[in-house]
Write a protein that binds this ligand. Structure first.
Ligand SMILES: NC(=O)c1ccc[n+]([C@@H]2O[C@H](COP(=O)([O-])OP(=O)(O)OC[C@H]3O[C@@H](n4cnc5c(N)ncnc54)[C@H](OP(=O)(O)O)[C@@H]3O)[C@@H](O)[C@H]2O)c1
Length: 316
């Protein structure tokens, strides 16, 4: 163990981080060992990671000193923020800056920053194709991540900027699964028109990240996008129909309607889907499935993910 390189994993009990910890610990001869960062080392999830042989330590992304303690001695750091816990771009930027500074101070050799596009490069704030949110954002939870890339660059931390994709688990946990309409038929609702949506099983994000750490310096300074599949709403509905054995339709709504759904974050997500729809060639092009499979040979397609997870999809 002493000669294994430590990867400090922020969000280790969460979707992205736990996949990375499991990928590292699942490959004992791979030369790496995971250090799992959590706010509560006594939680069930934290204890599960300890059972896998990961070192489990306390850290909070709002507390730079705790990050510095947790990154010390690590070869690599997986850095991710938790926008939906606070809905604040300012706080997300501060957390990213704290991770970049901690990585710099502890001389981490390779960071992965789980980022997304600053959509204002495509749709400036004064462009009225979609509403401006929170004063100066188009897709707040994307824009603040993209804006934060510079913290890592300016600090001089060797960083891979990882563009993730829509979690297919959103169909389980995020209220996006098939719902019955007034006609009693199941449908998934997305404002994507006929454009393809890159998506991924969350555990595959961690596995791809592990592939990046294994490659090392070759990917430092690079922006890499990952996806397990790229499907239209209609293609996803067809896959649901086959997996569930009952008809699931694709309910294509205009982004304006989606923005008006009223749940927390609906406007942000409405703008996000509109961005993905209107710039689909760029967005899909930046997230190669073949490249993701090269990083992670176990990469799941939507059909495979669905087959493994269909029992967990709540059907109303
Ligand atoms: N949903 C999607 O489709 C999607 C797609 C791409 C990107 N994203 C982005 O993914 C990010 C979230 O990553 P995730 O899904 O892996 O998170 P997650 O599953 O919600 O996990 C969050 C974990 O992070 C830890 N955490 C929360 N606040 C923390 C803090 N202040 N300090 C340290 N740890 C903290 C928690 O662990 P403890 O309680 O153990 O501390 C929790 O287990 C969001 O920013 C989101 O925008 C989401």
């Amino acid at each position: 163990m002493a000669d294994r390189k430590i990867i400090a994993v922020v969000g280790a009990t969460g979707a992205q981080g736990s996949g990375l910890v499991r990928a590292i610990q699942g490959d004992p001869s791979g030369g790496f060992v995971a250090r799992a960062l959590t706010r509560n080392v006594n939680s069930d999830k934290a204890k599960e990671l300890a059972k896998l042989g990961a070192e489990v330590v306390t850290a909070d992304v709002d507390d730079e000193a705790s990050l510095e303690r947790a990154f010390r001695g690590a070869h690599g750091a997986y850095c991710v923020t938790f926008y939906w816990e606070h809905f604040s771009p300012d706080r997300e930027r501060a957390q990213a800056a704290a991770m970049a500074k901690a990585a710099k101070r502890t001389a981490v050799s390779h960071a992965i920053w789980s980022t997304l596009e600053d959509t204002r490069r495509w749709v400036p704030v004064d462009d009225d194709r979609m509403p401006t949110l929170l004063g100066s954002y188009k897709v707040p939870h994307f824009d603040s991540k993209g804006e934060s890339d510079r913290y890592f660059t300016e600090a001089g931390v060797p960083t891979t900027f990882l563009l993730t994709s829509f979690y297919w688990e959103n169909f389980i946990y995020f209220g996006m699964g098939p719902e019955r309409g007034p006609d009693g038929k199941l449908a998934i609702t997305l404002p994507m028109g006929d454009r393809k949506l890159p998506g991924i099983a969350t555990e595959d994000i961690g596995r791809c990240a592990y592939g990046i750490f294994r490659k090392g310096a070759e990917y430092a300074g690079k922006t890499l996008g990952i996806a397990g599949g790229q499907l239209t709403g209609a293609e996803m509905a067809d896959a649901f129909t086959r997996a569930l054995g009952q008809e699931v339709r694709y309910n294509d709504v205009p982004p304006d309607v989606y923005r008006g759904f009223g749940f927390p974050g609906a406007e942000d997500l409405g703008n996000m889907f509109q961005f993905k729809r209107d710039f689909a060639d760029y967005f899909c092009g930046a997230r190669s499935v073949d490249f993701s499979r090269a990083l992670n040979p176990a990469l799941q397609s939507f059909e495979v993910w669905l087959e493994r997870n269909k029992a967990r999809i709540p059907l109303e």
